[in-house]
Design a protein around this ligand. Structure first.
Ligand code: 5GP
Length: 113
């Protein structure tokens, strides 16, 4: 099966700005950030979406989402932070390798959404 761009990033076949990694998952900055510090957390293995996520990987990845959220908070001091996870084309998923968006939000950019 063809690898997704995120599996290639996890396998270090293409470059990315990795900010955290362990044996189960990695975190790297989004190539088209919605805000300063927009980061993605993904499992290393090719899980396409939330429906295919096993309990063990899911539990681990949520700990890492929390850890990376705190690192973003400390580094950038956002006023808020959205955790977003899209499943399926009609939910705006464009890369079919499970990923959690961590999107810091800043007071001066707030538009009510
Ligand atoms: P989705 O719409 O699937 O939830 O989000 C995919 C995200 O991946 C988008 O925010 C997009 O900017 C990001 N992205 C797509 N290609 C690359 C890439 O090659 N490198 C990185 N770092 N991010 C990417």
């Amino acid at each position: 099966m063809t690898k997704t761009i995120f599996e290639k990033i996890a396998d270090r076949e293409i470059p990315s700005n990795i900010v955290y990694e362990d044996e189960v998952c990695i975190a790297f900055t989004d190539a088209f950030p919605l805000s300063k510090g927009h980061t993605l957390v993904i499992p290393r293995k090719p899980v396409p979406d939330i429906y295919d996520l096993d309990d063990e990987t899911g539990a681990h990845i949520m700990k890492v989402v929390s850890k990376v959220a705190n690192a973003i908070k400390d580094a950038f001091g956002p006023a808020g932070l959205n955790v977003v996870q899209n499943n399926g084309e009609y939910a705006s998923q464009t890369v079919f390798h499970l990923h959690f968006h961590l999107i810091p939000r800043y007071e001066d950019e707030y538009d009510g959404f």
